[in-house]
Design a protein around this ligand. Structure first.
Ligand code: GDP
Ligand code: MG
Length: 254
């Protein structure tokens, strides 16, 4: 609990037997009420490790993708009554101890969502091992997304995010992509819903154990990002309406 708010950590996992235990161990348990792991069709020992830790495990029978794992995780967190859901990647690329300051921004009412940025001090991202082409693409896409989504962030490609309950209840994220671009769609939706945004600096970690989309997947992700921007512009200008961008009204229940 933070500020009497129920805090859930959601971990998307795909074949991360080498890193999931140290990820779980580093989560600050005094602040966190629920830990939900979505096993996205893992073919290794990930599920066994999660079971040993007595956490809330949800399994996809087949691999459905990073976006699909988030849909399952956020839905479960809402059903469990979470007020704040912090996504922590299972490949230990993001420092789990920062769950606390991330969740605090939302739990204390400062923002509806908090992002961890590796690009707050760009030199740190390179020193943390971010490959140069990923760094360049991150910078370029961040400039572009910043121009359209206007959330004032220093990075638009972070996987470290704390979402508040109201935001998750009002964004129809079930209509989002099952793929990596789910994260980009959330930015468009945060703009459309006029949600309040916070950002904290986080360290960058690339190690032998971390997972990342390969070069081909990253190019595909870049193109899908452009497509999201295009759909967002069509929607915002009223030319075309997309179900995923129809942000629900604020009600007593969300
Ligand atoms: N690559 C991949 N990761 C998945 C999938 N489903 C869930 N994940 C998890 O989502 C997280 C983010 O994926 P990752 O490849 O590390 O992307 P990155 O954030 O760009 O480094 C990791 O913790 C994965 O274990 C999937 O279908 N593919
Ligand atoms: Mg990764």
């Amino acid at each position: 609990m933070i500020n009497n708010k129920k805090i859930a950590v959601f971990i998307p996992a795909y074949n991360t037997e080498r890193t999931i235990q140290k990820t779980i161990d580093a989560i600050p348990r005094d602040a966190v009420d629920e830990i939900i792991v979505v096993d996205d069709g893992c073919k290794d020992k990930t599920a066994e490790i999660v079971r040993r830790n007595n956490l809330h495990l949800i399994q996809h029978p087949h691999n459905r993708g990073y976006g699909a794992a988030q849909k399952t995780g956020y839905q479960a967190a809402l059903e469990m009554g979470a007020d704040v859901v912090v996504m922590v990647h299972s490949d230990f690329q993001y420092d789990p101890t920062l769950v606390k300051p991330m969740a605090e921004k939302v739990a204390n009412g400062e923002a509806d969502v908090c992002f961890g940025s590796r690009m707050h001090n760009p030199g740190d991202a390179r020193r943390g091992g971010m490959p140069w082409w990923r760094f360049a693409a991150n910078k370029a896409l961040t400039l572009l997304e910043g121009a359209f989504f206007k959330l004032g962030l220093t990075e638009y490609h972070t996987g470290y995010r704390a979402y508040g309950r109201e935001l998750l209840a009002r964004i129809p994220f079930a209509h989002n992509s099952d793929n990596y671009v789910f994260d980009t769609e959330m930015f468009a939706e945060i703009n459309l819903g006029h949600f309040r945004v916070a950002e904290i600096p986080i360290p960058t970690r690339y190690s032998a154990d971390s997972q990342s989309p390969n070069f081909y997947k990253s190019v595909e992700y870049g193109l899908m990002t452009l497509q999201v921007i295009w759909r967002f512009l069509l929607h915002k200008s009223g030319i075309k309406s997309y179900p995923q961008f129809r942000i629900k009204e604020k009600t007593e229940n969300n």
